[in-house]
Design a protein around this ligand. Sequence first.
Ligand code: GAL
Length: 423
Amino acid sequence: MKSICKRLFLVTLMTIGAIAFSFSTMAGGHLKGELEIFSWWAGDEGPALEALIDLYKKQHPGVKVINATVTGGSGINAKAVLKTRMLGGNPPDSFQVHAGQELIGTWVKAKRMEDLTPIFKEMGWMNKFPKDLINLIGTDEGIWSVPVNIHRSNVMWYVPANLKKWGVKAPKSWADFLSIAPKLKAKGVTPLALATNWTANHLWESVALGVLGPDKYDKLWTGELSFASSDAQKVWEMFGKILMHTNTDASSLSWQQATDMVVNGQAAFNIMGDWAAGYMSTTLKLKPGKDFGWAASPDTGGVFMFLADSFGLPKGVTNRDNAIAWLKVLGSREGGDAFNPLKGSISSRLDSDLGKYNAYLQSAAADFGKNRIVGSLAHGVTANEGFMNDFATVMGMFLKSRNAKQGSMAAQAIAIQNGIATK
Ligand code: GAL
């Protein structure tokens, strides 16, 4: 009797143990150790990432998350640090990377990433993201990152009450902009706020899209339209004219400071991705539609220049299981809807809950559904890291020389060097 009781007791204990184990497995509670997440979402750009980390910590309380950020908009500093770590065999467990050529033409090409197809299949994600987005993070060999958002690059920001006070409207074309700029200057207002050099690349891509139109813009990245063509030279010519109406201290400002110039009424407009909407609504607590307004950047109405932030899994990381669990949070509906309303982006998932998004983001979602879509240069969609680094040099030259012919010839040279163009 005694031994039966003992055995029964043991079986009961084992059953309880098994239930507890499978529960903790489902809840992810068995994971231990650390997880290092690498990104450039520091400071003002931090709240959305923190919301995701909070969600991860709830699901995996045993994991210590190291939020490794390297400050600098568009990853200007983070990407250099990442390169050193990747080449030195010391990759972070998971890192931020733009969907498109920044991922495929750089780290996938170098065979440094793990194929995430099994995760996409296990989680039932194959039809949860737009097909074109999956194509952008995939090759014939696999799927290489998990996308967390869709940002729009070609947006012009302004304060409606200020435009009214100054008697101007948001320009629909660059010709309109050039005609109202002197009027603004006469009132002591900077027509277009600009920040540090990468924001000049950002402005350039919107100008290129406006001057060339979406078909020719796309052809720049397939090598079908030469950067040295007279069409492409016109982009640099227009870009030079626009620069005449920007602030002279641009190179010393962060993108947030350029946004501040608009918010404070020092400048009329700024062209920036919609992380500016995240900054204005999440950090500055401004109300979209009332405290700040937006329009497609001049001459790009009906076109949505997009980019997507994603996270990948490098080969040989220290905390692989914890990183896989992180990617599962990132790609979930709940993760997307915790992150994006704060970030100023729309979810990369097709089933997001739009009720959680503000007026700007709802309009961005509507545009994404009906506009012509093209990829961003400045944020990794259309060209690899090699081209982007060289383009920054070309831009640096142009900002000094303002020589459109030299700009187009140099851009064509780096397109050839980086495998975009052949002649
Ligand atoms: C982009 C990135 C955005 C935002 C922005 C400013 O490259 O995709 O999420 O962080 O830079 O830093």
